[in-house]
Ligand binder design. Structure first.
Ligand code: COA
Ligand code: ZN
Length: 323
């Protein structure tokens, strides 16, 4: 892969995926401190909450003040998850820029997660797309394909199923599709096969990736997706994450390590790695005892490391002084 001059979009999902399964309520002011600090470290896209019934997931009872604080930050793309039209309507009202919709390719996971058949989820997405077009500022709609690379209830998922539901979401009005390895079942060969086939089927629609690192293959899967041309990835700081409706799901891929992987290969993310690692302190002070993962935080940057954004300039300087 020829890597220089490639921009890769990374989106922090720790405030949603990372917190949704925790019983401890992360104080609203501290969530705001987290997203501000991460934005200041160069993270320009953050999934800040989920529009689900507070009775079901009390962690997101503060969606309104959180979205208000996030949309007040110029330059930040504010993302939120929604499982249905009712959640999307809250998103329209609050002015989120991007809505991540979830449809699980696994029928069983869809029933457990959103309590309905996949056909009903698809029909609801079509209603969301129609309603979105009527908004004065239409949010970007991501059709998320959960449990697309394996499921803790159903095991392997057939590629045809991923393609059928992906194409259906595209036809219903998605601006982007996302393949999610909800329980960390994938491997690079499966990632390559699935992303290639879906990207061919829905081109030129962008397809993004959401990987969990349950079995340690998260970053290997990122590389496989990069090879296919994927340029948008979700991840969470410290690898927080999990889904209470998908047994065995653990954390997302670690954002700091993802950014280091991309940066060290010369790809631009816009993120300052040292500042990003320091944002973990906000999580640590609010979730004492919670395991935070990541090699970059443990080892630090390599000595004399030059970030990708400065490497071009340094390279030019070196070559111009070479006789
Ligand atoms: N936001 C707030 N309230 C909502 C809502 C939303 N997005 N969707 C439904 N509700 C309310 C309804 O108004 C109703 O309220 P009432 O009891 O006061 O009348 C109640 O919730 C039940 O509504 P219903 O449409 O019957 O939902 P349900 O009980 O079948 O649950 C979901 C369906 C999708 C709302 C629920 O399964 C869910 O939130 N799942 C998401 C799980 C999740 O977060 N997974 C992890 C991320 S992938
Ligand atoms: Zn996830």
């Amino acid at each position: 892969m020829n890597t220089p001059d490639i921009d890769v979009r990374v989106c922090e999902v720790g405030l949603r995926d990372g917190l949704q399964a925790l019983s401890h309520f992360f104080p609203t002011e501290e969530k705001i401190a987290w997203l501000r600090a991460e934005f200041e470290a160069g993270m320009t896209e953050i999934e800040v909450t989920s529009f689900v019934p507070p009775k079901l997931v009390p962690q997101f009872a503060d969606a309104q003040p959180l979205v208000a604080a996030a949309t007040a930050i110029p330059g930040l793309t504010v993302v939120a998850l929604t499982p249905n039209l009712k959640g999307a309507e809250r998103g329209f009202e609050l002015g989120v820029h991007k809505l991540n919709y979830v449809l699980s390719v696994s029928r069983t996971h869809n029933l457990k997660n959103v309590r309905r058949e996949r056909e009903e989820s698809l029909a609801d997405f079509a209603r969301i797309a129609e309603a979105a077009r009527r908004q004065p500022r239409k949010p970007w709609l991501v059709g998320g394909l959960s449990s697309a690379l394996g499921c803790s209830y159903e095991g392997p998922i057939a590629l045809d199923e991923v393609l059928n539901w992906g194409v259906a979401l595209a036809e219903a009005g998605a601006d982007e599709l996302m393949i999610a390895d909800t329980v960390g079942y994938a491997n690079p060969a499966l990632v390559r096969r699935t992303f290639k086939a879906l990207m061919d089927a829905v081109a030129p629609l962008p397809v993004s990736a959401h990987f969990h690192d349950t079995r340690g293959l998260g970053l290997a899967n990122v590389l496989a997706a990069l090879d296919c041309g994927v340029r948008r990835f979700e991840a969470s700081l410290g690898g927080l994450g999990g889904c209470q409706f998908a047994p065995g799901a653990t954390g997302n891929i670690v954002m700091e390590d993802l950014c280091f992987l991309l940066d060290s290969m010369g790809m631009r993310t816009g993120v300052d790695l040292d500042r990003l690692v320091r944002v973990r302190e906000i999580i640590a002070r609010n979730l004492p005892g919670q395991a935070l993962f990541g090699g970059l935080a443990r080892a630090g940057l390599p000595p004399l490391y030059i970030p990708a954004a400065r490497r071009g300039a340094v390279h030019n300087q070196l070559t111009s002084t070479t006789p």
